[in-house]
Design a protein around this ligand. Structure first.
Ligand SMILES: [Zn+2]
Length: 421
């Protein structure tokens, strides 16, 4: 891309280079406007002037907020942290193979740990996948991420056991890997066949060959769409030299190394961001010819994705949009926008979720007060469901959906989503 990047080959060089704000500005301009002409991020006009004292630009078109910095329109927008700190953080996250913790950032660049965590989450947003389908030989596999129930506190253990599901307390990650190509991975609410099928048909191109293990959910994939080869792991990890899921297993071990070694404890709500981060590094190991990418190249790759993505602190911690509220930390959470199986992408609008959410909270309180007047609630969802349907019937609300799975709060929201329509 730009010539100044060739000069930053190592982390040390990058920190030194970007400690000068002029170098940061030069880099950002080259990145965002390859022809070197700065344009207004709000209207696209090129009639802008640099105001050297305030170190910002001014647009001469008529609209609000005519002044802008180089951060506007990127993941850095609204951040008071200077680019001379942001850029080294981007460098470290894109190049540290096992990830980098907010404590390390806190110590090495001198921001608080909370700020560092926020910076890293924004940086992970830039690393989000870029779409595109996988084709040819594709491996499909899934894994579980999360604490071992055996080591949990008695209270959390009971909550989880009440759910009475196999792999309790763990979050499912579904993965697909194109041989000699890219990997895609997504946090899923379950690994039941409908989730697995949805994931596979969305990402893998028709006519591809799928390699999986013997897990049931992969069976009955539409035979017209894919050639499906299964490896029986009891007989061996590779069949006929090509049928295996070792590439995917390799990716899982890298993911788990960063989760266990560096991040230690990741809330299921944020897991997708950490998965995206690992996917980014994995997919940017080599260029299209198979030659290894340098650290500088990987830094360029992540920086090329910072434009047009923005997240606020409230969105980040899941408070801005009720569809993304926190899930019980022992339970499974869906990916962003896919939380609790709400059909967010299709017909859900924010208002109806909010309405459902408010009514849920209100009715939950009524129900709980009726059943356990003086106790704190520590029961499984079955009893909640039974009492709730009673209250609903009394209030004359028709019950459309009888499905009741997942967490307490998830269950209630799902239920009301169906009844509210
Ligand atoms: Zn403008």
């Amino acid at each position: 891309m730009s010539k100044e990047l060739r000069t930053t080959k190592t982390l040390q060089a990058a920190i030194l280079h970007f400690s000068d704000l002029a170098n940061c500005a030069e880099y950002m301009v080259a990145l965002r406007w390859p022809d070197g002409i700065v344009k207004c991020p709000r209207c696209g006009s090129a009639s802008v002037e640099y105001l050297p004292n305030a170190k910002i630009y001014k647009c001469y078109e008529k609209h609000s907020q005519v002044k802008f910095s180089l951060k506007v329109g990127t993941i850095f927008e609204d951040s008071p942290i200077s680019l001379s700190k942001w850029l080294p953080v981007m460098w470290m996250l894109s190049n540290c193979k096992n990830g980098i913790s907010s404590y390390e950032i806190h110590r090495s660049i001198g921001v608080t740990q909370k700020t560092a965590w926020f910076m890293l989450q924004r940086a992970r947003l830039a690393m989000q996948g870029d779409g595109g389908k996988l084709s040819g030989h594709v491996e499909a596999d899934e894994t579980f991420v999360g604490g071992n129930v055996r080591n949990m506190h008695r209270k959390s253990k009971r909550t989880i056991q009440a759910k009475n599901d196999g792999n309790w307390g763990k979050t499912v990650v579904l993965g697909l890997l194109e041989r000699e190509g890219r990997v895609r991975a997504a946090v899923a609410p379950t690994r039941k066949y409908y989730e697995v099928h949805k994931h596979v048909t969305k990402i893998v191109e028709e006519g591809s060959t799928l390699f999986t293990d013997e897990f049931q959910a992969y069976k009955n994939l539409p035979p017209a769409m894919f050639t499906h080869e299964i490896v029986n792991k009891l007989e061996g990890y590779v069949r006929d030299r090509v049928v295996h899921v070792n590439g995917m297993e390799n990716f899982w071990s890298l993911l788990k190394r960063s989760l266990k070694g560096t991040y230690v404890s990741v809330d299921p709500v944020h897991l997708q961001a950490y998965v995206d981060e690992q996917v980014f590094r994995f997919n940017n190991r080599k260029d299209d010819n198979g030659d290894p990418l340098s650290d500088g190249d990987r830094f360029d790759a992540v920086m090329s994705k910072i434009v047009g993505k923005r997240i606020t602190y409230a969105e980040l911690i899941g408070k801005a949009n009720p569809a993304q509220f926190r899930v019980n930390r022992n339970g499974r959470a869906g990916a962003r926008g896919d939380v609790l199986n709400l059909p967010v992408d299709e017909e859900t609008d924010r208002q109806s979720i909010e309405r459902a959410h408010r009514r849920t909270a209100e009715l939950t309180r009524i129900v709980l007060r009726q059943i356990w007047p003086q106790h704190e609630v520590q029961v499984g969802y079955r009893r909640i469901w039974q009492s709730l349907s009673l209250v609903l019937r009394r209030q004359g609300i028709p019950i459309v959906s009888g499905f009741c799975g997942g967490l307490l709060s998830g269950t209630l929201v799902r239920l009301f989503w169906h009844t509210a329509r």
